[in-house]
Design a protein around this ligand. Structure first.
Ligand code: ADP
Length: 211
């Protein structure tokens, strides 16, 4: 199997910036690479994404949210991620199962055992080889959100306390999961990109991704 890499963190932590930089480097190194984002990545997943981000769905319950994210993930794993990995492609995903643990578990307080069972079912047990967690203090997250001055979607409209719980859940994962690598999101884009690349390069050899 090839290499499966995921990026986690709060919105505006720099995930998509690092995903883009990593994909560029992988292509320069002549690797087949597939970039995905959650929720989405399949026709069903994109339809679910629209529901999840739509601000007019403010009444969506945490439990409904859990199943919608997980339904999108189940489609993505089965239809896209597993076949790509089997073909030797490096798969880079912006958010994956740990976002559910952090947002629906840590943020919304859904029982950890329920989260674990739903996550297992959605992924069929597929785990990333490595997960990069871009950690950012809330004031900087807020500053970047204001600077971006885009209208907030439903998922970006939570309270400061909610984000604090989500961040704590990510930090806990980083402490207990060996595949997790916490990165200080305050560092420069190029610094972060270099560290990520230096971490991944030896793994590329080990996992025999297709050249
Ligand atoms: P995410 O995908 O996690 O929401 P983005 O990659 O879109 O985050 O970045 C959010 C904002 O922060 C963008 O305006 C981006 O230019 C900026 N940004 C990304 N990485 C850094 C960094 N290391 N330092 C400062 N600003 C950054």
């Amino acid at each position: 199997m090839s290499l499966f890499l995921t990026f986690e963190g709060l919105d505006f932590s720099g995930k998509s910036t690092q995903v883009r930089r990593l994909a560029d480097r992988l292509r320069l190194a002549r690797r087949e690479v597939l970039v995905l984002r959650e929720p989405g990545g399949t026709p069903v997943g994109e339809a679910i994404r629209t529901i999840l981000l739509d601000r007019s769905n403010a009444s969506l319950t945490p439990s409904a949210e859990l199943f919608l994210f997980s339904a999108s993930r189940a489609q993505l794993v089965e239809q896209v991620i597993r076949p790509a990995l089997a073909a030797g492609t490096v798969v880079v995903c912006d958010r994956f199962v740990d976002s559910t643990t952090a947002y629906q578990g840590g943020g919304h307080g859904i029982d950890a055992e329920v989260i674990a069972a739903v996550n297992r079912s959605a992924t069929g047990g597929l785990e990333p080889h490595m997960t990069f967690f871009l950690d950012l203090p809330d004031d900087e997250r807020h500053r970047r959100q204001v600077a971006a001055s885009v209208e907030r979607d439903r998922m970006e409209s939570n309270s400061t306390e909610f984000y604090a719980r989500v961040r704590r859940a990510f930090l806990e994962l980083a402490e207990h999961e060996s595949r997790f690598k916490r990165l200080d999101g305050l560092r420069s884009e190029t610094d972060l990109a270099d560290e990520i690349w230096n971490t991944i390069e030896p793994e590329l050899q080990r996992h025999g991704a297709r050249i």
